[in-house]
Ligand binder design. Structure first.
Ligand SMILES: Cc1cc2nc3c(=O)[nH]c(=O)nc-3n(C[C@H](O)[C@H](O)[C@H](O)COP(=O)(O)O)c2cc1C
Length: 408
């Protein structure tokens, strides 16, 4: 699910003649599904590698071609200017070595070249090419020029290439392109230069090699916070328990399994973090004795598990944090939500707590929506804010609250 503010954004997509052009219909579809509007300019080589008809069907607009540069069909409305003025962002994906050169040198001999030169909106380039072409000094120099001008050039992914080589040159995934687009469109990068540590997901406490104790957390809330913080310009570390979610692009994920591993990872990251947001559902207990062999059914009619407490991550960070660091906890409660949350905030020296009643419909585990109260320490139990909405909206409010706390 994309952030709500992504809808109605105007994306101008340049498709050039890289083999990865065949992936662009999926990209256009994903943007359209997010509520964005998409205009497409194809180079002639691009139009040979992917069908303009498929693209115009998906975008529900025409796919502009070089012949339109000199078309008098729209009279005084010149395509390269109207499209550039219309766009909130210009994305070139895939971007050939040739289009990188055109952008760097201001070559406006094609519709895409002219649009790149005319466009004042942020521009993001996704180069994709043979790894030698990418490593070539000429390409490096063009990338350098574009970055110096303030454009964003995203490094290609590494892996097997269509040309038979193995190396750097692949077009990043559709999701990664979406993430970079949202980051660019988010605009106000109020977390720029800030380090944000987010924890997310459940922990697994193994009792034997085949069984563990856990909880229903899916990590959606923490991942939404990590993505939103990244869109807002933060340098994000995401300490994640086992979940099936993709790490947002540009977020450094540290994968852990047990509460002890999460504790170690968080303590290592804390000294460098400006904001620590603990959205993970950490197991309170682990088996006192781990059985290295699978316990067999039938060995006993009943078994008793002896459990011991895990380290309390929030309390440990609460004790070690330095002035200026903002520590945010979550309280997933089933009764007396506000009282329990305030009590937790005080005991663990949190600066802010996000309280939710996980028994409420549309709140808590596995849901795409949440309903929470945000409380600040020392504010007599009055919520700073109560929010119900999708996890993106809640994530955004949590970050707003955390920033306001730091700026006090
Ligand atoms: C099948 C095929 C695949 C190609 N893939 C790439 C590619 O991935 N990246 C690239 O920079 N050039 C690639 N090229 C070379 C470009 O198509 C060529 O440089 C062309 O002039 C680029 O035109 P354009 O930049 O106007 O789209 C490929 C060529 C062919 C024939």
């Amino acid at each position: 699910m994309p952030p709500r503010w992504a809808s109605n954004k105007k994306i101008l997509l340049g498709i050039s003649g890289g083999i990865a052009a065949y992936k662009t219909p999926e990209l256009v579809r994903a943007w359209i599904k997010s509520g964005a509007e998409v205009e497409i300019i194809m180079t002639e080589m691009g139009a040979r590698l992917v069908s303009p008809l498929a693209l115009s069907t998906l975008s529900k607009r025409r796919a502009w071609r070089d012949e339109d540069l000199m078309s008098d069909e729209r009279g005084w409305r010149i395509p390269h200017i109207t499209l550039s003025d219309w766009a909130d962002v210009l994305v070139v994906a895939p971007c050939t070595a040739n289009v990188l050169r055109m952008a760097a040198t201001g070559d406006s001999s094609t519709l895409l070249g002219a649009a790149m030169l005319a466009c004042d909106a942020p521009q993001i380039f996704f180069p994709a090419m043979n790894s030698h072409m990418w490593a070539n000094e000429a390409t490096r120099a063009n990338v350098h020029i574009l970055e110096k001008r303030g454009h964003t050039v995203i490094d290609p992914d590494s892996g097997p290439l269509a040309c038979g080589y193995e190396g750097k040159g692949r077009l990043p995934s559709t999701e990664a392109i979406l993430d970079e687009t949202w980051r660019s469109l988010r605009g106000d990068h109020d977390f720029k230069g800030k380090k944000v540590l987010v924890t997310a997901g459940p922990t697994h406490e193994y009792i034997d090699p085949a069984r563990f104790l856990s909880n229903p957390s899916t990590g959606k809330m923490g991942y939404a916070i990590a993505a939103e913080a990244r869109y807002r310009g933060a340098d994000v570390a995401l300490v994640s328990g086992p979940v099936s979610l993709r790490a947002p692009s540009g977020v450094r994920r540290i994968s852990v399994t047990t509460a002890s591993e999460m504790y170690e990872a968080c303590l290592a990251e804390t000294p460098d973090s400006d904001f620590i947001i603990k959205a993970a559902a950490v197991g309170d207990y682990r088996a006192k004795e781990y059985s290295p062999r699978k316990r067999k059914r039938g060995e006993a009619a009943s078994i008793t598990l002896d459990l011991e407490q895990n380290e309390d991550i929030a309390s440990s960070i609460g004790r070690m944090k330095s002035p200026g660091q903002v520590l945010v906890g979550f309280a997933a409660e089933t009764e007396n939500t506000r009282e329990n949350a305030l009590d937790k905030m005080e005991k663990k020296h949190l600066d802010m707590i996000v309280a939710n009643d996980v028994t409420k419909e549309g709140a808590g585990f596995a849901s795409d929506t949440n309903s929470v109260e945000i409380h600040f320490a020392g504010e007599f139990g009055f919520p700073y804010r109560s929010i119900s909405g999708d996890k993106w909206e809640v994530a955004s409010e949590i970050l707003d609250a955390a920033v306001s706390l730091r700026n006090r």
